[in-house]
Design a binder for this molecule. Sequence first.
Ligand code: RIB
Length: 299
Amino acid sequence: MKVINFGSLNLDYVYQVKTIAQPGETVPCDTMTRFPGGKGANQSVALARAGISVWHAGLLGADGEWMRRLLGDAGIDIRFVQISETWPSGHAIIQVDARGMNSIIVYGGANQHIPHSFIAQVLAEAQEGDWLVLQNEINLTPELIKAGKAAGMKICFNPAPFTADVLDFPLDCVDVFILNEIEAAGLARRPEGTDVDDLAEELQDAFPESMICITLGADGAVCRSPETGLVRQNAFATRVVDTTAAGDTFTGFFLAEIAQHASVQTALELACRAAALAISRPGAIPSIPTRQEVADFTA
Ligand code: RIB
């Protein structure tokens, strides 16, 4: 069994600010650091550091060659990380405030120009029972969901960032949803702030065969599936430095456990521990812990 993650690759420009700039406001910033990131790449690194065999597929610009090498060095199969001759790499502008909270804008770049022919090329290597991991930062996500299912793969979808067109994707093909509270409310067509147990129940009614996992930041996570009903996990207390990629770290570690048939409770606990470590460190990919670090972690 392997995981193919068809997902975004971004260069993250992280600006350390006292407070995140509000509309009409200009805020000073003394520190800017460039990190490797992108929800797709972050999740691939988390899967690899959790010990899973992962292939990443995606498109960088020529300015992202260094990131391709970095993913290879992280133990990820990069045969399908290609370099666009036309488009620059995607990038993100991330403000991180004194409490470690962030605000992100993402320029899609090459991530939004993946050619249709790339799908068949990558999925030709898929075997029945392999997992396909997708987020919402590349073009062709609905096509990939359908093609992955047709190839006999299991689909894990993290609809981040959430956009209204996600509701038109072939969501019945999704085996595991990983959502934050905003994404869960969007998917359930409910207002933000709706009680999370209600959201989980409504989403389970809408997707009766799927696993619905909802991350809750400082409140941990819940997961609902037809086999287990609702399972809860508290977060692990830690010093908050930068929350960027905490959700991606959670996704990688959670799916690594589920793909190896661990119990939902075990998967939630490991993923919450890994996310706690990620938020105690700066940046996206550099903040993602190894399985050993997660095992050694004490809150
Ligand atoms: O989830 C965090 C990621 O979102 C960042 O690495 C940034 O690139 C954006 O994709």
